[in-house]
Design a protein around this ligand. Structure first.
Ligand code: SF4
Length: 274
């Protein structure tokens, strides 16, 4: 089973292991930079250690990736660039499976909601014909497969990346994040104007400190709308505010958005997680 990353490999492995003995194969010349490649490889090593599975580590050969996608670098995710990138990895997997005498090969790629099952299927079938090794696949993301991979990655403490892998996807993901920040900032400023507030919250802060007075003035619903746009990682409040609004809870929830609460200790002026 070709492993694109450890989180995706969790679900794929659990779905394939009843069909026969599975060996994992980490071959991803697309990943950039090398430090990121090592991080993802380490996560795959950790998974096989925990689950007692064999792992074959392919060569890291980024030049081969750049050759494969030459001329299509700027097409974006889910494009022909990805077709070529996936094709390179699956042809290599099928070739190795043939060489080592395996009856079939697969890939963890369809676990990701950002991968087209049809594209992977088409490429796998081409590789099957080229090397005469059966391609076994299903749309692993379906039937709860993707949420299961997220849950298992958290439980097993596996590194989960925030871009697909190549240098182009890194900048594309960064551009999307910046665009999202810009849009949320505009909406936030609009909301502040509507509520006649002079406060200004930064977007995506590590910790946002707010007073109980502000929350009371806004009302919890408006405060929740502000948090959903600002998306701080932690919300710092004093003991009284914590007791008034979230007593006994670790997180403050507003619809699907939740944020970890940190209670400020007046005596020592420190903070403590709850
Ligand atoms: S976005 Fe992902 S699948 Fe597409 S070329 Fe880059 S690494 Fe490969």
């Amino acid at each position: 089973m070709h492993v694109c990353c450890a989180p995706d490999a969790t679900t794929a492995y659990l779905r394939l292991k009843d069909k026969g003995e599975v060996t994992m194969y980490f071959y991803n010349p697309n990943i950039h930079p090398r430090s990121e490649y090592i991080r993802r490889l380490e996560a795959a090593r950790k998974l096989v250690r925990l689950w007692n599975v064999d792992l074959i580590e392919g060569k890291y050969e980024p030049d081969e990736y750049f050759k494969a996608v030459k001329g299509y670098e700027n097409l974006g995710e889910m494009s022909y660039r990805c077709f070529l990138c996936i094709r390179q990895r699956l042809l290599r997997t099928a070739e190795l499976a043939k060489k080592l005498g395996y009856d079939s090969f697969s890939t963890s790629l369809p676990t990701s909601p950002k991968k087209s099952y049809q594209m992977v299927l088409e490429i796998g079938e081409e590789a099957e014909k080229s090397f005469g090794v059966k391609f076994i696949i299903e749309d692993f993301k379906k039937n709860g497969g993707y949420p299961l991979s997220v849950k298992l990655s958290k439980e097993l403490d596996l590194y989960r990346q925030n871009y697909c892998g190549c240098i182009f996807s890194y900048y594309e993901a960064e551009e999307k994040r910046m665009e999202s920040r810009r849009r949320r900032k505009d909406k936030l400023m609009e909301l502040f104007r509507t509520l006649d507030l002079s406060e200004d919250f930064e977007i995506d802060q590590e910790e946002l400190s707010v007073s109980g007075d502000l929350i009371k003035r806004l009302g919890l619903e408006n405060f929740g709308e502000i948090l959903k746009l600002a998306r701080p990682k932690k919300l710092v409040v004093d003991v009284e505010t914590y007791e008034n609004f979230w007593m006994g809870k670790k997180n403050a929830r507003f619809g699907k958005f939740k944020v970890r609460i940190i209670v400020k200790d007046h005596v020592t002026e420190g903070t403590t997680g709850v």
